[in-house]
Write a protein that binds this ligand. Structure first.
Ligand code: NAD
Length: 305
């Protein structure tokens, strides 16, 4: 095995089931000491069961790996503090955070209250940010860290339903776009995975029951894990979004159309008339950051900074 994690410590949140479990097992097989975090709740986030994380720890120990269990909720401040304390207490450092914990409460926008929207969005966004904020100073101090956050192709590319879920999953992309710059100087690389896998989360929600068996065979969580393990490795890129499912790996990214300068006197009719040029992506622009986007605007507008 070329990619190894000997002497490295990884926290995987939501590692009691599905994708997180597969990530935790493979990181441990490759030598990482793993903190298996899982609240042990239902698919919708209700309930808790500490045995869920412990079972994965038992599996890791059975093949000679090293792991401890943590049953905290990633949205609970005291629980997240406990997660970090237990990781540092047991292993002395944290090199890798895979922020994977997630819930699903499928609903049309018209059927959800704002409070329900907030709840699901916060679970995904703050359930990523809270552990990340807590490990950040450790990674900064040791001048090394690898973070894999979890987004969703439903957020990236759209699908009716689950607006709250998509808001949280795209929120982490905003965090990624900033922290890829803030972390770089401290040796922290941060990336996102957009997985597609047959876990309890997808069952009934996106994939119909009649299609489930074929989907489960072709889209095991294990067919996403190599991508996450690479993003957790020393050679990981920084600031990338990787979609993965069924053994297919592809990056996704934000691009802008070149657009057109209509002048400062243009009106809404001019915008309407020129929509084809405004929305022409045949020459997509990639921007290193928002300032570079501003530079292009200035160049096209014929102004200077
Ligand atoms: N399965 C897919 O196709 C798919 C697609 C896009 C994104 N995702 C994302 O991938 C991640 C893993 O999903 P999965 O499909 O393996 O689902 P899953 O339900 O099998 O596993 C999610 C795990 O997260 C745990 N969890 C939930 N809330 C928690 C909390 N507050 N604190 C700690 N643990 C908590 C659950 O107990 C569960 O074990 C999620 O973030 C999900 O949104 C999955």
């Amino acid at each position: 095995m070329t990619i190894r994690f000997d002497d490295q410590v990884a926290i995987v949140t939501g590692a009691g089931n599905g994708l997180g479990k597969s990530y935790a097992l493979e990181l441990a097989r490759r030598g990482a000491k793993v903190v298996v975090n899982d609240l042990g709740g239902e698919r919708d986030g209700s309930g808790k069961d500490p045995a869920v994380a412990q079972k994965v720890v038992d599996e890791i120990r059975a093949f000679g790996g090293t792991a401890i269990a943590n049953g905290s909720s990633v949205t609970d401040d005291a629980g997240v503090a406990r997660l970090i304390d237990e990781a540092i207490g047991a292993f002395g450092r944290i090199d890798i955070l895979v922020a994977n914990a997630g819930i699903h409460r499928g609903a049309q926008f018209a059927d959800m209250t704002v409070a329900e929207f907030q709840d699901v969005m916060e679970m995904h966004l703050l359930g990523t940010v809270k552990p990340l904020r807590a490990v950040w100073p450790h990674m900064q101090k040791q001048r090394y860290g690898r973070v894999v956050m979890t987004t969703s192709t439903i957020g990236l590319f759209g699908l009716g339903g689950d607006a709250h879920y998509c808001a949280g999953k795209m929120g982490v992309i905003g965090v990624l776009n900033t922290l890829r710059m803030e972390g770089e100087a401290a040796g922290i690389h941060i990336n996102a995975i957009g997985p597609i896998a047959a876990t309890r989360m997808g069952r009934d929600a996106v994939i119909k029951e009649a299609e489930w068996n074929a989907f489960a065979k072709d889209f095991s969580p294990d067919f996403v894990t190599p991508g996450v393990v690479y993003l957790a490795s020393r050679d990981a890129p920084n600031g990338k979004i990787l979609t993965a499912g069924g053994g297919v790996y592809a990056c996704a990214e934000m691009v802008g159309a070149r657009g057109i300068s209509l002048g400062v006197d243009c009106n809404a009719d001019d915008v309407a008339k020129n929509w084809a040029a405004i929305s022409d992506f045949s020459q997509p622009h990639r921007f290193a950051d928002a300032l570079k986007h501003g530079d292009l605007l200035r160049e096209m507008a014929g102004t200077t900074r």
